[in-house]
Design a binder for this molecule. Structure first.
Ligand code: ADP
Ligand code: MG
Length: 331
């Protein structure tokens, strides 16, 4: 078979093509962050109403956008087929990939949480390189959208990792679209306006490193907790919808609150509370080991995978499997 399904013409290519959407409404939708048919398809009617579209019409527009993307009620056997569209990305460590059931999944948010220096940002750098590899090397041939809230992204690190994988570092760096978020509002704004960038650049990996740091420092005290959680919730929903609409992987990182006086049981808790816990589909807890570059990853929650732990290491090369030489010598 030489025919490709991608040559099939889509019914609606641009938002303006949707029935009843004129240039003015399209412009307004664009200002609200809905610049692609994909994002309209996963919008709520209330969101479209903000562009001055009536409630009934908003539903119609969403239905039309969905018809073109095949998003509707589906049978469980078809759901399985949709899951077969899920692509998987290697972490660079076979042990970790195995823990994740074959790698990180598209259409899902994966959260890496852990203490300072546990390797969360290093993991983000590594995934930014890996996603650009061809599928036979565990990649998705895709680009990256990297939202950095702590100013810890380093192109130099990307170059090191790319060289180790024997791919052109300049090309790799070119395909990472980077934005530093200065406040929580700015962070939300960046994601709210990302759909066109994602589509145009074939982005398959969306990173928010770190998810809650701005929210935590801006919303202080109990009185602000509800508002913080509501904003965080909205931000995460936007992220999951982008991941679904574009069959992309979404990664967020999260700090942990250490409770040094607790010796048994769960001694650390990811910050961000329950909303983050419920929206993230896969959660990985990273921690340092006593052996230098070796890290321990624990799969804490997944919708379908068993919990478990594996070790990996972070070296100059990036994320790698632990080898025999790294293991403690028995005497
Ligand atoms: P966080 O979880 O706080 O985001 P990072 O991902 O920034 O932590 O991890 C920082 C750690 O990664 C360093 O302490 C070091 O152990 C390791 N690391 C970073 N860069 C390199 C490198 N070039 N070579 C070896 N290890 C590195
Ligand atoms: Mg970090």
């Amino acid at each position: 078979m030489t025919e490709e399904s991608s040559t099939e013409k889509k019914k609606y290519e641009y938002v303006e093509d949707l029935p009843g959407i004129g240039p003015v409404t399209a412009q307004k939708l664009g200002e609200l962050g809905f610049r692609t048919v994909e994002s309209v398809a996963t919008a709520t009617s209330r969101e479209l109403e903000l562009a001055g579209i009536g409630a009934k019409k908003a539903l119609e527009v969403i239905r039309e956008a969905r018809s073109c993307l095949d998003i509707s009620f589906i049978r469980a056997d078809e759901l399985l087929k949709m899951r077969q569209n899920i692509l998987r990305l290697t972490t660079g460590s076979k042990a970790l990939d195995e823990l994740l059931g074959g790698g990180l999944e598209t259409q899902t948010i994966t959260e890496f949480y852990g203490a300072y220096g546990s390797g969360k940002s290093q993991m983000c750098h590594q995934l930014s390189v890996n996603v650009q590899l061809p599928p036979e090397r565990g990649g998705l041939n895709g680009s990256v959208l990297y939202i950095d809230t702590e100013n810890t992204f380093r192109t130099e690190r990307i170059v090191q990792m790319a060289k180790h994988l024997e791919v052109n570092p300049e090309e790799i760096a070119k395909n990472i679209i980077y934005a530093e978020a200065y406040t929580s509002d700015h962070q939300a704004f960046l994601l709210d306006n990302a759909d066109e960038i994602i589509k145009k650049n074939n982005i398959r990996l969306i990173i928010v490193d770190s998810l809650v740091s701005h929210f935590r420092s801006e919303y202080l005290g109990r009185e602000m907790l509800a508002e913080r959680q509501q904003k965080l919730n909205k931000h995460l929903h936007r992220l999951i919808r982008l991941a679904r609409a574009f069959n992309a992987i979404a990664i967020v990182t999260n700090q942990v609150m250490a409770k040094p006086d607790v010796f048994f049981g769960q001694a650390v808790h990811p910050v961000g509370g329950h909303i983050v816990a419920h929206t993230s589909h896969t959660r990985m807890y990273l921690r340092k080991s006593v052996r230098g570059p070796v890290r321990i990853a624990r799969l804490v929650s997944s919708s379908y995978l068993p919990e478990g732990e594996r070790v990996f290491k972070i070296t100059e090369n990036g994320v790698e499997d632990v080898t025999e030489e790294d293991r403690p010598k028995r005497r």
